[in-house]
Design a protein around this ligand. Structure first.
Ligand SMILES: CC(C)(COP(=O)(O)OP(=O)(O)OC[C@H]1O[C@@H](n2cnc3c(N)ncnc32)[C@H](O)[C@@H]1OP(=O)(O)O)[C@@H](O)C(=O)NCCC(=O)NCCS
Length: 180
């Protein structure tokens, strides 16, 4: 899979991404906001990367000019909604690249991919309620706020977080496309 953007592209992960994947995943400003522990070693990064190569649900976000991995974006079944045509989006970016519009571009590309290349009928996304950056990305990409679940999850570090959820239906996506 390869999706072409202006500043970033999205493509399949490769094992040769490992060095860049570790660099991004050990960043203490990234994982905790998405609910995962920063990778303490390259060996752990390698194991997580191998798991993602097998599951094929996570893709690399790479810079268009160098093809360097700077983040990841996943399309998966979260199981929160009990309907098998709902897909969930999850994403994270190395903090060195924040606030340049990269994730907004990546999410726009994945919305098109989900509705045009898979059988997805509803796309959902969520964030820890205090994650204002992620909230802003979802708003900019046209998601609708569905609601907030209190005490949604206990994280690896013992924090219990509330989470806010958003969705977009295929019908809404197609309607928006007509007016673009
Ligand atoms: C959330 C994340 C993916 C955003 O990526 P990004 O490429 O910086 O996003 P963009 O540049 O496309 O948009 C960020 C928006 O957040 C806004 N923002 C940044 N810091 C903010 C803050 N503290 N409060 C409110 N808004 C903020 C920016 O101004 C921008 O909005 P604007 O275009 O209206 O100015 C990135 O911060 C990240 O990886 N964080 C850690 C992991 C994570 O939170 N993943 C998502 C889990 S749901």
């Amino acid at each position: 899979m390869k999706l072409i953007g202006k500043q970033i592209n999205i493509r399949d992960l490769r094992y040769s991404d490992l060095d860049a994947y570790f660099e991004y995943g050990k960043d203490p400003n990234v994982g905790p906001f998405a609910g995962w522990k920063p990778f303490p070693t390259k060996d752990i990064a390698s194991r997580v990367l191998n798991g993602q190569l097998v599951s094929k649900e996570t893709f690399a976000i790479v810079l268009t000019d160098t093809d360097k991995l700077i983040g990841t974006i996943s399309l998966y079944n979260s199981g929160i909604r009990k309907y098998n045509k709902v897909k969930s989006l999850g994403f994270s970016l190395s903090s060195a690249y924040w606030n340049r519009g990269y994730m907004t571009e990546a999410v726009h590309l994945m919305i098109g991919y989900a509705f045009e290349k898979t059988d997805c009928e509803v796309l959902e996304a969520g964030h820890h309620t205090d994650n204002y950056r992620c909230k802003r990305v979802l708003e900019k990409c046209g998601f609708n706020y569905d609601g907030t679940l209190c005490s949604f999850k206990k994280l690896y570090d013992g924090r219990i977080v509330d989470a806010s959820f958003y969705s977009m239906t295929k019908i809404e996506y197609e309607r928006k496309k007509e007016y673009e």
